[in-house]
Write a protein that binds this ligand. Structure first.
Ligand code: 13P
Ligand code: SF4
Length: 368
């Protein structure tokens, strides 16, 4: 979670002199610093980043790919992570102590990750243990804080991403009778349904009222879904799909599994960010696609594949406000802070949290 005290402690307001720079000046400065630092600097960017950032990325990827790439990089002294807070935390935990991970704007959090805090999780876990005994293994989507990953690691579980959730859930169900899936109910429900688990064997845990939302005997539930959601993907609806098909029956609908179950069930294809990119790349010229994922990626795909018709499934486009916090001036500020050793802004997970969280991350990386 983006801790408000960290935000206040660090001066997160872009210094005024950046406002008077032209785009060209900023781009030239970024290019110069990158050239000077060479392999000592590494800039990974998530696929949802703006083009003004992606043009300077050393690599782009989904959250799983970026975690793996950062883990393998042993040359960079500084990693400027262009994505959101939990991704930078993951990069910090998978790299050495000597490597610094910077997030250009500390306000780049994730509303989904913020839907599960550690106090709620520990309280809920205690109640679940009392009701269901030692039958539950916790899993968390990587879109969660380091503290949640640490809790999961300590309790024998693993992290998952949208591209390996199937494999990790299958593994978890061999370990224990039940899975607690944090914090995205939609990814959990969609993946478990794909694996053949009926909806009536999935309960929802409400962390506000501290109770199960489930009709019937809770002993029947195999999956406990944390009641969280992504505020971006939640906006792709069944009504959007019906409207698109009414306008053009030839449209293929492809969505991310963070979308609600009903949306995924009605779509033609569903899968992680990398899956969506691959399907579009491999689609035949002239084919038509309505995509249910973050706006920057949809617009980039439309630009890159002009031989295909590509639109957003939701006409309101659905940007991720926090991903979009990372902009060219903030990237430049972060880069220039390396020379002055001010380092805007270091993301560092404490050792105790990191050691348990790494257990969860490594269990996931064994199942990719
Ligand atoms: P992936 O990169 O795992 O597809 O996740 C999408 C997302 O919402 C990242 O925040
Ligand atoms: Fe978080 Fe959703 Fe934005 Fe991804 S798209 S960073 S899950 S709010």
């Amino acid at each position: 979670m983006v801790n408000i005290l960290d935000v206040l402690k660090n001066d997160t307001t872009l210094p005024v002199h950046y406002h008077s720079l032209s785009i060209e000046e900023m781009e030239n400065r970024v290019r110069d610093i990158k050239a000077q630092l060479g392999e000592k600097l590494f800039i990974p960017a998530h696929h949802y980043q703006k083009d003004e950032i992606v043009q300077f990325a050393d690599t782009t990827g989904d959250s799983l790919q970026l975690a793996q790439i950062c883990q393998q990089n042993n040359k960079a002294e500084t990693i400027i992570f262009c994505g959101v807070h939990f991704m930078a935390e993951t990069a910090d935990m998978l790299t050495t102590h000597e490597q610094k991970v910077l997030l250009p704007d500390l306000r780049a959090g994730c509303s989904l990750a913020d839907m599960a805090n550690i106090e709620q999780t520990e309280r809920g876990w205690e109640i679940m243990q009392a009701e269901l005994g030692d039958t539950i293994i916790p899993l968390t989507y990587v879109n969660s804080t380091a503290a949640i990953k640490s809790f999961v690691g300590k309790n024998g579980g693993a992290t998952v991403t949208s591209s390996n959730a199937h494999k990790v859930i299958e593994w978890a169900l061999q370990e224990k009778e039940r899975v607690l899936f944090l914090p995205d109910q939609h990814l959990g429900r969609n993946t478990c349904y794909d694996l053949g688990i009926p909806l009536d064997e999935m309960a929802v845990w409400n962390p506000i009222s501290n109770e199960f939302e489930y009709e019937g005997d809770i002993e029947k539930a195999k999956i406990i879904l944390w009641k969280g959601h992504c505020s971006v993907h939640q906006n792709f609806t069944v009504e959007n799909i019906e409207q698109i098909r009414l306008n053009d029956p030839d449209m293929n609908v492809i969505v991310h599994p963070e979308c609600p179950y009903e949306t995924v069930a009605k779509s033609d294809f569903a899968g992680s960010t990398s899956y969506i990119i691959k399907e579009i790349e491999e689609a035949s010229p002239g084919s038509k696609w309505a995509i249910g994922t973050e706006m920057n990626l949809v617009q980039r795909l439309a630009k890159q594949h002009q031989d295909k018709e590509i639109i957003s499934l939701n006409p309101n486009l659905c940007p991720c406000m926090t991903m979009n916090r990372i902009t060219l001036p903030y990237l430049l500020w972060s880069l220039e802070s390396i020379a002055t050793k001010e380092y805007k802004h270091v993301i560092q997970v404490d050792d105790e949290t990191a050691s348990n969280a790494k257990l969860a991350l490594n269990r996931m990386l064994e199942h990719v």
